[in-house]
Every structure is written in structure tokens, then in C-alpha cells.
Design a protein around this ligand. Structure first.
Ligand code: HEC
Ligand code: HEC
Ligand code: HEC
Ligand code: HEC
Length: 484
């Protein structure tokens, strides 16, 4: 440990503020912000290529992380867990920031809208995809932005996660090459306030984490406007957020098989990081994912290629740790394996619970008889998803992940015990027979999806609507014009 004392001093001041959730300042808006015509946000990434070649090129090289991995193919249990919800159609693991806009267009979940007012998704689905989002919110106001279908502004949201997501690109500091960090999404600023992280009062370490918390957080779509809202009023751990949703009686969807009132977790990377060893010691996302590096002339700059920190071991882990790359990588791989092992056990239990609940409904169980078990299923799957949706959680806080999953197993076993009683009462022999869900295709058939139709419609959307969006965006200068 070389730098630990320095880290401890600078880090603890702001970390100590986490957990001091102030119920007086709510993350959920009482009123939405109107348009802010004075807040100029320059969102076109290509405009900064020439002035900041080192930062721009490293940012652009996030496109080297190309691989698309279908999480549903890898683990078909997920199809059953998300039955009745669009995630059961298509869900891929994350890849480079460069692809965020491309990927949200092509994922089957966003469907194939034919015009600007057709569904299925709201504008909220663009919210963590790039800097055109804060620009558009400033132009239209929050309601004007959120209260529309996803296809409404397809020709406006075309720049992938970039400069204006983290910097005020019109400021003098940015022009001078010393850009301050900035969060420009009003709902993010409100949520940070709610946990005592008022952005303007944070030190440089706090601000560095906050820019990632723009997107790498748990959120939900609240109210009729479907406005992105962070459920942090009671705290950011799995129990506090569960309590928050329960008190609001919020549900993302009703499960297709069990009819349980479900929650979908997004990606609580910030929350889980803050509870882990590095978070508690003030080691930020930037220390590992955006280290300072040197170009060939010895010029020091921030590496904007956000990816796997092991790829840049000398400038990340090595700045604090004396262990070898191999030994640290092995440790992280072990944590990953341990977390994955418990995660899969929990999935097996919840999948069985969904099928058992369906069998109970089929045997004419009443809503009253089912209520307690369905609530347990809700809580078990919330805990599974809080862990599963945080892709780096096994690295950022393996101990937290294991506790979350352990309590999930408890909830799942409570659900199954209650369901066994209901099934017996209605004359259904246990164990029931569970359908074959050994591949993605089989699982999708079991839950009744018509995949060929989904794929056909998406293909047409990508061939007809998307090129139109891109053409309009080029005409507006949001994307570079085609080379002549
Ligand atoms: C995900 C957030 C994020 C994005 C996206 C981002 N930056 Fe940065 N940028 C940072 C951080 C963090 C620093 C380090 C400075 C700090 O901590 O205050 C930084 C530093 C800089 C600096 C100061 C010099 C240096 O290298 O430290 C420049 C110039 C810069 N960025 C330009 C850009 C440009 C141009 C883009 C778009 C192509 C961009 N940034 C995109 C987060 C971001
Ligand atoms: C504007 C929203 C946004 C911001 C800001 C943001 N991210 Fe992301 N991040 C995403 C999305 C969306 C993806 C998945 C992209 C995809 O798969 O198409 C992603 C993917 C990633 C990945 C996976 C990359 C890969 O190659 O597999 C890492 C690591 C990551 N982000 C870390 C960070 C860190 C660290 C910060 C802060 C410095 C940050 N992100 C800021 C939205 C954001
Ligand atoms: C101590 C270093 C460290 C810190 C601090 C850290 N990360 Fe990571 N993160 C990693 C490593 C290492 C991995 C990849 C582990 C592996 O090799 O499997 C990772 C993985 C990820 C992934 C998953 C990438 C993927 O493709 O699956 C995301 C997303 C991510 N981190 C975001 C963040 C965010 C956001 C923060 C801050 C809130 C953060 N990280 C803080 C080291 C760190
Ligand atoms: C800025 C400094 C810093 C950086 C960069 C950093 N670490 Fe750490 N790391 C720490 C500190 C501080 C601790 C806690 C030490 C303690 O409690 O004794 C720690 C602890 C750990 C532990 C033990 C955690 C546990 O839960 O027991 C592992 C494993 C680890 N780091 C891996 C990594 C890896 C892998 C990277 C690079 C991706 C990395 N660290 C980058 C400062 C850092």
C-alpha cells in the first residue's frame, strides 16, 4: 500500500456523507424543472476531436470493446425471471460506451416504433445513453422530455456517452483545457442532494464519482411522465431501496407466470461501490477506470478509454498495490466465481417459485392465499437483480454482493414454503414438474414469446427509421456530415 494514507485523508471526508440520507430532501420531484434556455450544452462529441486529441482518441477507443454477449443465451433462467417484461426478449452484457446509442436502438426491448408517437417505450430509455439527453432536457424541460414516446426524439439523441455528460463543454475552463466536471441531468442532481452529496459542495473525488452516478445507479420511471427517479430517499443499500418501493407500492411489472408484483433493478454500481472496501477508502471509479497516463512525449493526461482496469494495470491497481497483476486478477476471478455460484443457486430457487405459483393459480388458489408468497418472490428477485445488474459488483464489493444474495435465498425459501402449503391445500402434488428451459429459445417458448415477429419488425425499423434519424441529425450538425 503506497498511497493509502493520502487516499484515506482525501477520500473519507466525502464518503462519510453517504448514508446520511436526509428524508427532508426528496430525490423524487415535487415539481419538474422547466426549460432552461440559458443552459447551453454542446453535445456533439466530434467537435472536440481536434482540440483534445488525446482525450478524444482515448474516449473513441471505447469502440474496441465490441463484443455483444447475450445474457439470455448464457443463462436462460433469466428469460423466466423476466417473464411478462421486455427484458425476457433480449438482454446483453455491457460493452464500450461508444455503442450506447447503437445498442439501445437495436435491442429488442425498445421495439420497432413506426412513427414518433408509437411505443412501446418512453423517452426515459434514452436517459443514460449520451450528452444529447441533458441538452434536450434543458431545451424542453423535464416534462417536455420525459412525457413522450421513445421514438419522438430519435433524431436528436445520436451522440453516445461523451464529453458533455461529464464536462461543461461551453465553459471557459473547458476552452482552457482544464475542464471542471459537471452533472447536468436535473434528476441526478436531486438524487445526489437526497443522500447528502450536493454536487457543488463535493471535493474533486466526490465529483469524479458523481459523473459516473449519472448513469451507473439504480433508478425507476416514476409517475405518468415516466420520469427517471433514483429511489435513494431512505438510503442506497438493498434493504432501504426495497422499503422505499414497498411503501410506494411501486411495481415495474406483474410477472407473467406467478403474477407477483415485480421490481426490476437497473445497475447499482455506484451504490455497491460505495459500500465496498475501495469506496469506503475513497478510491473512486476514476482511479481504476480513468487513470492518468502519459503519451509518447511524456504529456500526462486522463485516459478516457473506460473499460477493464486490468488492461492498464500499471496506471491503475499498481499505483496503490504492490501485488502482481496475476495475483490480483486471480483474487478478483475467485470473488467472481463465488458470487456467480450463489447467484445461480438463487436463480434456481426463484425460477421454481414462479412455476409453483403458476401451478397454484392454475389449481384455483385465491389472491388472498397467494399474497404473502408473491411478496416474498418480489423481495427475493429484487435482491437477486440488485446483485446481478451490478456488473462489476464482484470486484467492487464482493462481501456486499454475497449478503444481498444470501438474504435473497432466504426470501426465496420462504416463498416456496408458503407455496407448498397453498399447493397442498389445492390438491397439487409437490414437487410439480418444471418445464424444460435449458436454452433461450426453449425458455422463450415456455413463457409464450413470438420471437420471429419481434426480430422481423426490429429489422425493418433499423433499415427504415434509423437512417432517417441519422440523416436529420447530420443536417442539424449533431453528427459529422458524410464525407463528400
Ligand atoms: C465519463 C465521464 C467523462 C467523459 C465522457 C469525458 N470526460 Fe474528460 N475527464 C473526465 C475526468 C474524470 C477527468 C479528470 C479530471 C478531473 O478529475 O477533474 C477528465 C479530464 C479531461 C480533460 C483535462 C485534461 C486531462 O486529460 O486530465 C480534458 C481536456 C477532457 N477531459 C476532455 C474531454 C473530451 C474532449 C471528452 C469527449 C470526447 C471527454 N473529456 C469526455 C471525465 C469524462
Ligand atoms: C451517460 C451515461 C453514462 C455515464 C456518464 C457513464 N456510463 Fe458507463 N456505461 C453506460 C452504458 C449505457 C453502458 C453500456 C453500453 C453498451 O453496452 O452499449 C456503460 C458501460 C460501462 C462499462 C463497460 C465497458 C465495457 O467495455 O464493457 C464500464 C466499465 C463503465 N461503463 C464504467 C463507467 C465509469 C467508470 C463512468 C464514470 C467515469 C461511467 N461509466 C460513466 C452509461 C454511462
Ligand atoms: C478499485 C478499482 C475499481 C473501482 C474503484 C471501481 N471499479 Fe469498476 N471495475 C474494476 C475492475 C477491475 C472491473 C473488472 C473486473 C474483471 O476483470 O472482471 C470493474 C468492472 C466494472 C464494470 C463492469 C464492466 C463489464 O463489462 O461488465 C462496471 C460497469 C464498472 N466497473 C463501473 C464502475 C463504477 C461506476 C465505479 C464507481 C462507482 C467503479 N466501477 C469503481 C475496478 C474498479
Ligand atoms: C487509489 C488506491 C487504490 C487503487 C488504484 C486500487 N486499490 Fe485496491 N485497495 C486500496 C485500499 C486502500 C484497500 C484497502 C486496504 C485495507 O483495508 O487494508 C484496497 C483493497 C483491495 C483488495 C482487498 C479488498 C477486500 O475486500 O478484501 C483487493 C482485492 C484490491 N484492493 C484489488 C484492487 C484491484 C484489482 C485494483 C485495480 C483494478 C485496485 N485494487 C486498485 C487502494 C487501491
Amino acid at each position: 500500500m503506497k498511497r493509502v494514507s493520502k487516499i484515506l485523508k482525501s477520500g473519507l471526508a466525502f464518503i462519510a456523507m453517504l448514508g446520511l440520507a436526509q428524508t427532508t430532501i426528496a430525490g423524487e420531484p415535487k415539481t419538474f424543472e422547466g426549460p432552461k434556455p440559458d443552459l447551453k450544452i454542446e453535445s456533439a462529441n466530434h467537435l472536440f476531436a481536434e482540440k483534445y486529441p488525446l482525450q478524444y482518441k482515448s474516449w473513441e477507443s471505447t469502440k474496441e470493446s465490441t463484443e455483444v454477449v447475450s445474457a439470455l443465451e448464457e443463462d436462460p433462467r433469466l428469460v423466466v425471471l423476466w417473464s411478462g417484461y421486455a427484458f425476457s426478449k433480449d438482454y446483453n452484457k455491457p460493452r464500450g460506451h461508444f455503442y450506447a446509442v447503437t445498442d439501445v436502438r437495436s435491442i429488442l426491448r425498445t421495439g420497432a416504433p413506426k412513427d414518433e408517437n408509437s411505443g412501446p417505450m418512453p423517452m426515459a430509455c434514452w436517459t443514460c445513453k449520451g450528452p444529447d439527453v441533458p441538452r434536450l432536457i434543458a431545451e424542453k424541460g423535464e416534462v417536455g422530455y420525459f412525457d413522450e414516446k421513445w421514438a419522438k426524439y430519435g433524431s436528436e439523441i445520436v451522440n453516445s456517452i461523451g464529453c458533455a455528460d461529464c464536462h461543461d463543454t461551453t465553459s471557459q475552463e473547458f476552452k482552457d483545457g482544464k475542464p471542471a466536471l459537471r452533472v447536468a441531468r436535473p434528476h441526478v442532481l436531486r438524487a445526489l442532494d437526497a443522500i447528502g452529496w450536493k454536487f457543488d459542495t463535493l471535493d474533486k473525488h466526490g465529483k469524479r464519482v458523481a459523473v459516473c452516478a449519472n448513469c451507473h445507479v439504480e433508478y425507476y420511471f416514476a409517475g405518468k411522465e415516466k420520469a427517471v427517479t433514483f429511489p435513494w430517499d431512505k438510503g442506497t443499500d438493498v434493504d432501504s431501496i426495497e422499503k422505499y418501493y414497498d411503501e410506494k407500492q411501486f411495481t415495474d411489472w406483474v410477472h407473467g407466470l406467478s403474477k407477483a408484483p415485480m421490481l426490476k433493478a437497473q445497475h447499482p454500481d455506484f451504490e455497491i461501490w460505495s459500500m465496498g472496501t475501495h469506496g469506503k477508502n475513497g478510491v473512486t471509479c476514476i482511479d481504476c477506470h480513468m487513470p492518468k497516463v502519459e503519451d509518447k512525449n511524456g504529456k500526462v493526461y486522463t485516459d478516457h478509454k473506460i473499460g477493464n482496469p486490468f488492461d492498464a494495470f500499471e496506471s491503475t491497481c499498481k499505483t496503490c498495490h504492490e501485488q502482481s497483476k496475476e495475483s490480483l486478477q486471480k483474487r478478483v476471478a475467485e470473488h467472481k466465481k463465488q458470487v456467480k455460484d450463489v447467484m445461480v443457486r438463487l436463480e434456481d430457487q426463484i425460477v421454481k417459485a414462479h412455476f409453483e405459483a403458476k401451478a397454484a393459480w392454475d389449481a384455483n388458489a385465491t389472491a388472498e392465499e397467494m399474497k404473502a408468497a408473491l411478496q416474498d418472490i418480489r423481495h427475493a428477485q429484487w435482491r437477486w437483480d440488485y446483485a446481478a445488474a451490478s456488473h462489476g459488483g464482484y470486484m467492487h464489493a464482493p462481501d456486499v454482493m454475497l449478503r444481498v444474495l444470501g438474504t435473497g435465498l432466504e426470501k426465496a425459501s420462504e416463498a416456496r414454503a408458503k407455496l407448498a402449503v397453498v399447493l397442498t391445500k389445492h390438491g397439487v402434488a409437490t414437487p410439480i414438474t418444471y418445464p424444460d428451459i435449458s436454452t433461450k429459445e426453449k425458455a422463450q417458448k415456455v413463457i409464450g414469446l413470438d420471437m420471429p415477429k419481434e426480430l422481423r419488425e426490429k429489422d425493418e425499423f433499423l433499415r427504415t427509421i434509423v437512417p432517417q434519424w441519422e440523416k436529420e441529425a447530420k443536417a442539424k450538425g449533431l453528427l459529422p456530415a458524410d464525407e463528400k
